[in-house]
Design a protein around this ligand. Structure first.
Ligand code: SF4
Ligand code: SF4
Ligand code: SF4
Ligand code: FES
Length: 954
């Protein structure tokens, strides 16, 4: 029988990956399925739906409810179809009087201990218990409702996003298994036995105080209303849904936005999503309240100077004001005196338009993006070695890895859904190597197999990666076949001679890195000997003065061990923001047009010039730090910033603020009055991902559709505003829908050949490169060759050059930074949600030894001074770091994390060295001078905003 697979249907048990088929007969229907498929799934594939309660197809079968009983010819009894594997020649009956009676009896028992308040229950109409009562034809409950029951069981409302109503629990344990198998947190258990058994969070705590990370997997799995979203309880069942993509991190999870009219009831992770397969984290699943927060900027505003009140104006007036100012600046100071910054949070189409506006309407290449401060070294380093500026794998590829090396990334906090997948593979036995100054949570994965932590000192990545490669080469662990076939021989010979030098040996760098030589040797052997070894890295690699060198070092290690070009291996940058990959792909950098095509290449320029109808500048424009310097010097005077808060996210805040103050015209397009907007002359309301159409590209190069679920609060989607500005500047842009922008992108970007909305709708998502050979994309890159001149991988010599930012007597500690699960980036969105309950302030994590030396106790106010500035944070004493290293997050603007970071940056890309700042820490009793100024300026700007009659900001 031909099987039609519906990604939205629940087939009861997971798919079997076996390639061997078995054929069986179910209710007279013959069906062939992979060996290992359950009878329940085989039946569901044949459109025969066996009643079930404890089974669902993203969890292993458990066999507790017995509702799915069937009869099998030649077998005694009524086995559970969810736990019985299909066998060749089996004959199964799923419907007969005996089974019907059995199922009715089971349902009677459930219902007799269930509050019959269906009409007022939040799950009414979407309850599997209700459905099953109907499916088995339950008409009466003979046991009555007077016996012992759980109807008085208390509710747990501690979690801000969902409620646990124990009175409705049927103890199917789907929630417990979802927390273990899908999320990997193991926060729930079934406590007690028999009638007394109940679901318990942690050690009988409430959900909020337990280990629960609020991912929602248990809510998703619960077949009753026991675990329900609070928004559903308040608003009732949704009446339609629209598929879209999460706008938080670079995992790019697919969701169904479930709606009531234009009100969002809940975000449900989409089973059909290729990046998340129905899983989510607390941000995408629950933290969408910011979209309708009172702080949203809804009306365009202008002002002549930043100490004046804002004036609310029409879109026409705001755009006209901005265009006139930009034109007069260029008239007076020249074509190069203005520029723009694209956003890694906006869609590909919007980002493409902003860089086009700059190149075609401003007439220069002064475009840059926030990727400058995060993954620009990835772009450079991977291009130099592997020929393409992107990660090589799908997320699913990790399920084929035997060894996972995580460097400078914190997947369970910053890329949580991928972190859960990685944990699943680690539970299956893959070994884990973590190179990080801090003991990150992935090292605490329950049921983790072999693992090693290399707690290196901040700033010594390159010494460590070289030492790992040194062991591979000097112990003969390299993949000689791969190197001979796939790598450029001269570059390899040069690199080999360099890496084999004794100064790169683990013993030689032990003192520098702080990592015992034997641990490095062990890690290198584990990595090189694994059949499939994969590297995952993050900003702990890139945000260094040698960020690009380190990316190349990572590529070298993957090439040397032959770990490129198939599933389970590869080099995988984990991207922080939802569309960092896309903003880089779309030509946001000053030297590259979309698709990483250099502006100096006349053939490339010519193609763009023909389509855009202008002559393009052949010189790369200014990078963000150069724009700041030029602004302070007085020859850069106008800036358009879309969806990016440079005043908070860029290093050396005082310098950034001085640059922004020096501008004659700062145009900020954002959803809130962010820190940058406080220095702006034109404030254009931005639209959230819920209010627009477009695409995001995730860390796997996956182009996902973003679909509009509600009208923009300000009346315009972001791309429309850029179009208006271009037209006002005299450069005609004429699009009626973002799909037309994508068509233009596909025309001009070789790796996007043939990408269009129709194809995306048909396939769900596409992983670039898409070209004539691979029209629906390339999940794994570099399978046969590399996109370099000779098609070969290029080893690069990666000399370790210590950063100039070193600990000294005056600044004896090294500060490094990172993210936390509940907050996102500069926090503008998550700080306006209930996620605040988990992290309402940034703290300084300090080792007990360093704390004791300074007389510091938990919660003390600490003054943190660096060569660049001072700030004050509360102390959190933690053994996660080694002595000598302190750590903070950067989600709250008043924390001033970037007031203390220095001007150091990556030699190749100017990516700031956020991850190493030498500091001194001491107890204090009041905020720093910068924090006092910040608070005063914030108050002043809020007043100016409220005088405009607009909603008040932070
Ligand atoms: S929300 Fe997630 S982490 Fe929390 S109990 Fe449920 S499945 Fe576990
Ligand atoms: S809370 Fe829901 S999923 Fe968990 S055991 Fe109870 S009914 Fe089953
Ligand atoms: S993992 Fe990232 S993309 Fe997925 S739901 Fe969480 S924040 Fe959104
Ligand atoms: S669904 Fe098979 S035993 Fe519950």
């Amino acid at each position: 029988m031909l099987q039609h697979f519906d990604p939205n249907k629940d087939y009861g048990t997971p798919a079997s990956l076996s390639e061997k088929l078995v054929t069986l007969e179910i209710d007279g229907v013959e069906i062939s399925v992979p060996e290992g498929t359950s009878v329940m799934r085989a039946a569901a594939l044949a459109d025969i739906n066996i009643p079930k309660l404890c089974a669902t197809d993203n969890l292993e079968a458990f066999g507790s409810c017995r509702l799915c009983a069937v009869q099998i010819e030649g077998r005694r009894g009524t086995p559970a179809s969810c736990t019985t594997p299909a066998e060749q020649g089996m004959k199964v009956s799923t419907q007969n009087e005996k089974l019907a009676k059995l199922r009715r009896n089971i349902m009677e028992l459930y219902i007799s201990d269930h509050p019959l308040d269906c009409l007022t229950c939040p799950a009414n109409g979407d309850c599997e218990l209700q459905d099953m009562a109907g499916a088995v034809g339950l008409r009466e409950v003979r046991y009555g409702f007077d016996g012992a029951n759980h109807l008085d069981a208390p509710k747990d409302t501690s979690n801000p996003y969902f409620t646990f109503d124990a009175s409705k629990c049927i103890v199917c344990s789907r929630c417990v298994r979802a927390c273990e198998e899908v999320q990997g947190t193991f926060a729930l258990t079934i406590d007690g036995r028999g009638f007394d058994s109940k679901v318990a969070a942690g050690q009988n705590e409430n959900f909020l105080d337990s280990e629960c990370v609020s991912c929602g997997a248990c809510v998703q799995a619960c077949p009753t209303a026991t675990l329900s979203e609070n928004s559903l309880i308040q608003m009732g069942q949704p009446e339609h849904s629209i598929s879209t993509t999460c706008a938080y991190c670079g995992v790019g999870c697919s969701f169904k936005a479930e709606m009531k009219g234009d009100q969002l009831v809940r975000m449900v992770p989409d089973k059909a999503g290729d990046a998340n397969h129905g899983h989510s984290c607390v941000k995408g699943r629950f933290a969408f309240g910011y979209a309708t927060h009172k702080d949203r900027i809804r009306t365009p505003m202008i002002r002549d100077a930043i100490d004046q009140p804002w004036k609310e104006v029409s879109w026409e007036e705001a755009i006209g004001f901005a265009a006139n100012r930009l034109k007069s600046i260029q008239y007076e100071y020249g074509r190069e005196s203005i520029g723009g910054i694209t956003s890694s949070r906006c869609t590909n189409e919007e980002t493409y338009l902003v860089q086009k506006l700059i190149r075609a309407a401003f007439g220069n290449n002064n475009t840059d993006t926030c990727a400058r401060v995060c993954h620009s070294p990835t772009g450079y380093g991977l291009k130099q070695t592997l020929g393409e500026s992107a990660g090589t794998q799908t997320f699913d590829s990790v399920m084929k890895s035997d060894c996972v090396l995580v460097i400078g990334a914190n997947p369970t906090d910053a890329h949580p859904v991928f972190g859960s997948l990685m944990r699943r593979r680690l539970r299956q036995g893959a070994s884990l190597i973590v190179a990080d100054p801090r003991e990150i949570d992935i090292l605490k994965t329950p049921h983790l197999g072999d693992s090693v932590h290399l707690p290196l000192r901040p700033g010594t990545n390159v010494a460590l990666i070289n030492a790992l490669a040194h062991v591979v080469i000097t112990e003969g662990l390299e993949d000689t076949d791969f190197i001979a076939k796939r790598c450029e021989p001269e570059a390899y010979a040069k690199w080999r001679a360099f890496i084999a030098e004794s100064r790169n040996a683990p013993e030689a760098v032990e003192d520098v890195t702080g990592v015992p030589a034997e641990s490095i040797r062990q890690a290198a052997r584990t990595f090189a000997n694994a059949p499939n070894a994969a590297i995952y890295y993050g900003l702990g690699v890139t945000e260094h003065s040698q960020g690009s060198t380190m990316v190349m070092g990572i590529a070298n290690l993957a090439l040397a061990t032959g770990n490129i070009g198939r599933e389970g291996v590869g080099v995988n940058p984990l991207r922080g923001q939802n569309n960092v990959q896309g903003s880089c792909d779309m030509g946001s950098f000053p030297h590259e047009l979309p698709g990483y095509q250099h502006v100096a290449d006349p053939v490339v320029r010519n193609r763009f010039e023909k389509v855009w109808g202008v002559t393009l500048d052949d010189e790369p424009g200014l990078r963000i730090p150069n724009m700041f310097d030029a602004a302070i010097a007085g020859h850069f005077r106008g800036l358009y910033v879309q969806g990016e808060d440079i005043a908070q996210s860029d290093p050396n805040t005082q310098h950034v603020e001085a640059a922004l103050r020096a501008l004659d015209c700062l145009i900020v397009q954002d959803i809130f009055l962010n820190e940058t907007a406080k220095f702006a002359h034109v404030l254009l309301p931005g639209s959230t991902f819920l209010e627009k159409n477009g695409t995001f590209t995730n860390a796997e190069r996956r182009i996902n559709r973003v679909r509009k679920v509600m009208p923009p609060l300000s009346g315009k989607e972001d791309w429309e505003v850029t179009v208006d500005l271009a037209n006002a500047l005299g450069y005609p842009m004429n699009y009626s829908h973002p799909s037309e922008i994508m068509d233009e992108i596909a025309l001009l970007t070789p790796t996007f050949t043939g990408v269009n909305y129709e194809k995306l709708d048909k396939h769900g998502s596409l992983q670039w490169p898409c070209n004539d050979e691979f029209p629906i994309g390339s999940p794994i890159m570099h399978v046969e060759s590399f996109p370099t001149l000779e098609g070969k991988g290029h080893f690069a010599v990666t000399e370790f050059v210590p950063t100039s930012e070193r600990a000294s007597r005056r600044f004896p500690l090294l500060l490094t930074t990172g993210r936390i699960l509940s907050q996102y980036n500069v926090g503008a969105q998550t700080r306006r949600t209930e996620n605040q309950v988990w992290h309402h302030e940034d703290k300084l994590e300090i080792h007990p030894h360093d704390a004791e030396e300074r007389g510091i106790n938990e919660g003390d106010w600490l003054g943190i001074s660096s060569r660049a500035g001072q700030t004050v944070l509360r102390a959190h004493i933690s053994k996660r770091m080694q002595p000598g290293v302190v750590y903070t997050t950067f989600h709250h603007p008043g924390s001033g994390a970037n007031v203390i970071t220095t001007d150091n940056s990556d030699w190749a890309t100017n990516c700031p060295e956020y991850k190493v700042t030498a500091v001194q820490v001491e107890k204090v009793s009041q905020p720093s001078e910068w924090q006092k100024d910040f608070a005063a300026n914030n108050q002043r700007q809020q007043k100016l905003l409220s005088e405009a009659g607009a909603s008040s900001g932070e």
